[in-house]
Design a protein around this ligand. Structure first.
Ligand code: SAM
Length: 242
């Protein structure tokens, strides 16, 4: 995967590549990242990149010229925007299949609409709140995509993760067996894999029914659950009612 990022603050992205899984993925060439400063494309003698909005309104708007020049010839342009489609694991999975993505980070009140109309393939929001710039959203999107690239994380880890199969993940425990008077659920120490799998499924379903019943509804609508999962969902729903 080749990421190209266009930003007014390229230094933001220095932190992305320095830690953990993402750093290793970069070292193993699972992805590449080129970050360009939009200001470097400005032909204004003061290198300005923003101006007042037409017809009034608060704040400034990023001007089209530097953006158009920075975007010329780029493929699959995604504009990070609170007006975009809300990011989900489905969208992440879809984008992870691309060979190349260009991520455009806005600032101020956003960018001139004509740039969106001409160059942007998709607008993505990372949630229903407003941040001051698109850099953190771009890093969120890249991190989520990079984890799904082949060889970055084992398939088994991905399979059980929250949002992969319309279920939130079961609780996790590690050593020691007793910490501060709290013990690990006994079944996890039993070594009985079938029972453990069943316990974890039940836990994942309970948690999802409690916190994100919409995920379960969506999974059912898409026919994503196995018959075993569906039986357990129905059983636990009945239990909840009684
Ligand atoms: N005036 C814009 C509006 O109300 O929709 C908000 C602009 S925001 C202050 C500046 C930039 O931050 C946006 O152009 C966008 O790139 C980024 N941004 C802010 N919130 C975001 C979100 N929830 N998801 C993705 N990008 C966001």
């Amino acid at each position: 995967m080749k990421f190209t990022v266009l930003s007014l603050f390229p230094d933001f992205f220095n932190s992305l590549n320095q830690f953990g899984i993402i750093r290793r993925a970069l070292e193993e060439n699972r992805f590449s990242l080129d970050v360009y400063n939009i200001r470097d494309f400005s032909t204004d003698k003061h290198r300005r990149v923003d101006d007042y909005p037409y017809a009034g309104g608060s704040g400034m708007v990023m001007t089209p010229q530097p953006l158009a020049d920075a975007l010329a010839g780029r493929k699959h342009v995604i504009y990070l925007s609170p007006r975009g489609e809300r990011l989900t694991q489905d969208i992440v999975r879809d984008l992870a299949g691309y060979e190349e993505l260009t991520l455009l980070c806005g600032h101020y009140e956003g960018i001139d609409q004509r740039i969106i109309d001409r160059y942007v393939e998709k607008e993505i929001s990372i949630g229903d709140y407003v941040l001051s710039g698109g850099e953190i959203p771009a890093m969120v999107l890249m991190d989520a995509i990079i984890r799904l690239l082949p060889g970055v994380i084992t398939q088994d880890s991905l399979t059980h993760e929250s949002h992969n199969l319309f279920l939130l993940e079961y609780d996790q425990y590690t050593r020691p067996e007793t910490f501060d008077g709290q013990t690990v659920p006994e079944i996890l120490l039993s070594g009985n894999h079938a029972l453990i799998e069943d316990y974890r499924l039940e836990q994942a379903i309970r948690l999802t029914l409690e916190r994100r019943p919409d995920l379960i509804e969506e999974g059912i609508r898409q026919g994503a659950f196995t018959s075993n999962q569906l039986n357990r969902i129905n059983q636990l729903r009945e239990e909840e009612k009684s």
